[in-house]
Design a protein around this ligand. Structure first.
Ligand code: SF4
Length: 374
């Protein structure tokens, strides 16, 4: 299938800055007063790798200046492992021989109570793609339930139309997280073998529909390993800037997930090592100093500890990637992918404090929810 990327998204005109970059261009990109695509491409280049320490220092300074010493904390809650999708990299793909589960209302209440007991105030509700076993009408009551206990209720679920997003905003949903996985349309088509997620353009447009529907924040990202990371990171940057221009009140966060071991044993074509992942995060902080940059428990303790406050300003904690993983009465065994950092909230917060960083559980209140219009 051939897809033409919209002009506002296409990263190709900026790729050559990465290929052509030399020491002088990297220095200029580091010192640029208003960095954009050209500087991001340069900072993602092999030529920038020897400058990783200088990039880290700049990223730390900008993080302190624009966001402070705070690290926002959240955790995911898997509602369902039913999925008709055929994503090659996912343990919930429909050709994996897993037992499938969706939480009952009682099980979800226990999960949320367990998360509240950990002091968490931001929850991210996850499902697979839309299926008769778990669709919009199943999702909405869980959002209403979560909104009674948590001030920030995000969803990482199937793309919807604007009217559905509007209904969920009314039910208390504050954010949508929707990774494009890869912006390379040919690779996207290859990895998404079947199912609704195969529709590339529908997914690209979903964050804009969510903001038009009244959600306050969008979480964006690409799954590192699926395609050329420079192409994907440039397109991600362009996508985020497009949304910021069109929805200037909206909050944007950017995540940097890497492929992790999963049932199916998918091996990525484009390995991103720790040093390059750090380079990517520092480059994003330099060109987008005001946005939340997110690092999840997919990554190792050592890497997360090193990145906290040095570009990264928001982190998941004590995460479970199984359906019903937080409470005793559910706890189904199949996970979407393996996590690497399994520290509890208290231990993680102690680490943050030892670095003079402040863990933040609550940075918004439901009293602001009404009247959020974009
Ligand atoms: S990534 Fe999402 S849509 Fe794809 S198989 Fe996994 S749960 Fe389903």
């Amino acid at each position: 299938m051939s897809i033409t990327l919209p002009q506002w998204l296409d990263p190709l005109p900026w790729i050559h800055y990465s290929k052509d970059a030399e020491e002088g261009q990297v220095r200029q990109a580091l010192d640029a007063a208003a960095p954009g695509e050209k500087e991001l491409s340069t900072l993602l280049s092999p030529a920038a790798r020897p400058f990783i320490e200088a990039m880290a220092q700049r990223a730390r300074t900008l993080t302190r200046r624009h966001i402070g010493r705070t690290i926002g904390l959240y955790a995911p809650l898997y509602l369902s492992s039913h999925c008709p999708g055929g994503c090659t990299y996912c343990g919930f793909a429909s050709d994996r021989e897993n037992e499938r589960h969706s939480l009952s209302a009682k099980e979800a209440a226990h999960e949320m109570a367990a998360m509240s007991a950990m002091k968490l105030d931001e929850v991210l509700l996850l499902t697979g793609e839309r299926t008769p076993k778990f669709d919009f009408h199943h999702l909405k009551p869980f959002i209403e339930m979560a909104a009674r206990q948590f001030d920030l209720v995000g969803i990482e679920v199937f793309p919807m139309d604007e009217a559905e997003y509007r209904e969920l905003a009314g039910a208390g949903c504050t954010s949508v997280t929707l990774y494009q996985e890869t912006y390379d349309a040919a690779q996207y088509d290859r990895y998404h073998r079947w199912g609704p997620k195969k529709n590339y353009l529908n997914r690209i447009d979903a964050p804009a529909r969510a903001l038009s529907g009244g959600l306050r924040y969008v979480g964006m990202g690409a799954l590192l390993g699926l395609s050329d990371p420079i192409y994907d990171m440039l397109a991600l940057y362009r996508h985020a800037r497009y949304l910021q221009k069109k929805y200037w009140k909206a909050g944007i966060s950017i995540s940097f997930p890497r492929i992790q071991p999963q049932r199916g044993d998918f091996q990525p074509d484009y390995m991103v090592d720790d040093t390059y992942l750090a380079q990517i995060i520092f480059a994003f902080r330099i060109v987008m100093p005001e946005v939340q940059l997110v690092l999840s428990t997919r990554e190792s303790q050592a890497f997360r500890d090193g990145m906290a406050g040095v570009g990264v300003s928001k982190m998941s904690v004590a995460s479970k990637t199984t359906v019903g993983g937080y409470s005793d009465d559910a706890g189904y065994e199949e996970s979407q992918f393996q996590i690497s950092d399994d520290r509890d909230v208290e231990t993680f917060c102690e680490m943050l404090k030892s670095k003079d960083l402040e863990p933040v559980f609550k940075n918004w209140d439901t009293v602001y929810r009404d009247g959020a219009e974009y």
